[in-house]
Write a protein that binds this ligand. Structure first.
Ligand code: FE2
Ligand code: FE2
Length: 183
């Protein structure tokens, strides 16, 4: 798989999780109590894999392609800032979830808003990269660039969608399978 194809696959996987979170937000708005452990697993995966590996990998690619096109440069530096903002929003959500799991009283509406904001930010970010940034990078990149980057950026292990499922994500994996069968 090429690097862009790998990143695209990560986006497809992330989107599955965002679909799951969106359905949790809807249920919360209807007054249902969500499974906070499961939401915690999703956020823990996103902050571990997306914030920890996927975005840093993209940052290195974006830095590499800086200086080829001025419009692309602006997009790339904005996108790098978004990575930092996304990391911050994962941390805030994770803290809220930890609070709930440790009996902190957080109004349901407030939590639903926090979760909805998280999902929206993540979704907009994926759309920006897929709709604007990746096509523009592809337009300036050549085979040599990708060969060089492939050597520099080995693919990290994905603990949820990769070859080996991490123990901590077993429940989430099952939920995703159930969701896919129900769809
Ligand atoms: Fe990104
Ligand atoms: Fe991405």
């Amino acid at each position: 798989m090429t690097i862009i194809a790998e990143l695209h696959q990560d986006h497809i996987n992330l989107d599955k999780l965002l679909v799951l979170l969106r359905s949790k937000v809807e249920k919360m708005k209807e007054g249902e109590h969500p499974n906070f452990n499961l939401i915690g697993d999703v956020v823990s995966y996103i902050s571990g894999y997306a914030d920890g590996f996927h975005h840093p990998r993209e940052d290195k690619i974006y830095e590499y392609f800086m200086g080829r096109d001025s419009k692309l440069d602006t997009l790339l530096s904005n996108c790098e800032k978004e990575h930092a903002d996304l990391r911050q929003s994962s941390t805030s959500l994770q803290e809220a979830i930890d609070g709930v799991l440790h009996d902190a009283v957080i109004p349901m509406e407030e939590f639903a808003e926090l979760l909805e904001d998280f999902v929206l930010r993540q979704t907009n970010h994926l759309n920006l990269e897929e709709g604007d940034i990746f096509p523009k990078i592809n337009a300036v990149a050549g085979a040599k660039d990708w060969d060089y980057l492939a050597e520099q950026l080995p693919k990290p292990e994905d603990p949820l969608f990769g070859a080996r499922l991490a123990q901590e994500f077993t429940d989430l994996y099952k939920e995703l399978i159930i969701d896919m069968n129900a769809a």
